[in-house]
Design a protein around this ligand. Structure first.
Ligand code: SAM
Length: 242
């Protein structure tokens, strides 16, 4: 047997073993309890919507982080996903989703696909999901991860500060990066009665806003807690050097 053939066999065996470890049902079962504990924690922290809690309880967050971070996948913290970006903290995802008042069949636009976690939670709630990510690499990675788990949102790579006019208007728009101001394109792409949930502030802290389109020209704005997000970078957001 040639040397290169032996090396290739070893490489294949190692990959098969890794695949087995990652997808083995017994291995999967070890995430069930931590995920339930996370749901209990979010309930204790004030998340009330049962459907949101149940969606968090079924969404496989560990599939979206590096295997080296699997032990932290169900802790209530943001985790790195590369390119200086993060998978949002579960509490933040739950709080934003609760404000968005998602119902089955509602058309929701997400700005900032990132890992795809928020997207998965919206799909679990039965929404028709559209999501935009500015980093090509994250867009491709999220697309693959979502497909592998059987989720079918429509994704695109691009500047989400301009929304996604092709499929507008939306019942809800959720922005998962911190904006300096509310991009006017986003509120224009809301249906009447539609809700925009967006963190707005400086580069240290942002206030969560819920903006409801009351009529063709009127909007109601409600303010919630402070959060800390990575910056929303784009034509109607922060400049490139944030
Ligand atoms: N929703 C993501 C998740 O569940 O993993 C959170 C990702 S992270 C907190 C915010 C994301 O917004 C990053 O992936 C970042 O690249 C993206 N982002 C920033 N500015 C953007 C823009 N103008 N359009 C689209 N995505 C943007």
């Amino acid at each position: 047997m040639g040397y290169f053939f032996q090396i290739r066999c070893l490489y294949l065996k190692r990959n098969q073993f890794r695949k087995y470890i990652v997808n083995n049902p017994q291995q999967e079962r070890r995430f069930v309890r931590p995920r339930q504990k996370l749901v209990e924690l979010l309930r204790d922290k004030g998340i009330k919507d049962h459907q949101v809690l149940s969606a968090i309880g079924t969404t496989p967050r560990h599939k979206l982080v590096d295997t080296a971070l699997h032990h932290r996948a169900y802790t209530d913290t943001a985790l790195p996903i590369g390119l200086g970006q993060t998978i949002s903290q579960p509490y933040t995802v739950a709080a934003q989703t609760e404000l968005l008042e998602v119902k089955k069949g509602k058309k929701i636009l997400e700005i900032g696909t990132g890992s795809g976690y928020q997207c998965m939670v919206l799909c679990e709630l039965g929404a028709e999901v559209y999501s935009v990510e500015r980093h090509n690499e994250l867009y491709h990675r999220a697309k693959e991860a979502l497909r592998a788990e059987g989720y079918r949102p429509l994704l695109k790579a691009g500047d989400g500060t301009l929304g996604w006019p092709t499929y507008a208007p939306y019942d809800g728009i959720i922005v998962t990066a911190g904006a300096p101001v509310v991009p006017d394109d986003l509120i224009k792409q809301l249906k009447i009665g539609g809700i925009l949930v967006i963190p707005v502030g400086d580069n240290k802290t942002q206030k969560m806003l819920k903006i409801t389109r009351v009529s063709e020209t009127e909007y109601q704005q409600d303010e919630y807690d402070n959060f800390k997000f990575v910056p929303l970078i784009g034509e109607k957001g922060w400049g490139e050097n944030q």
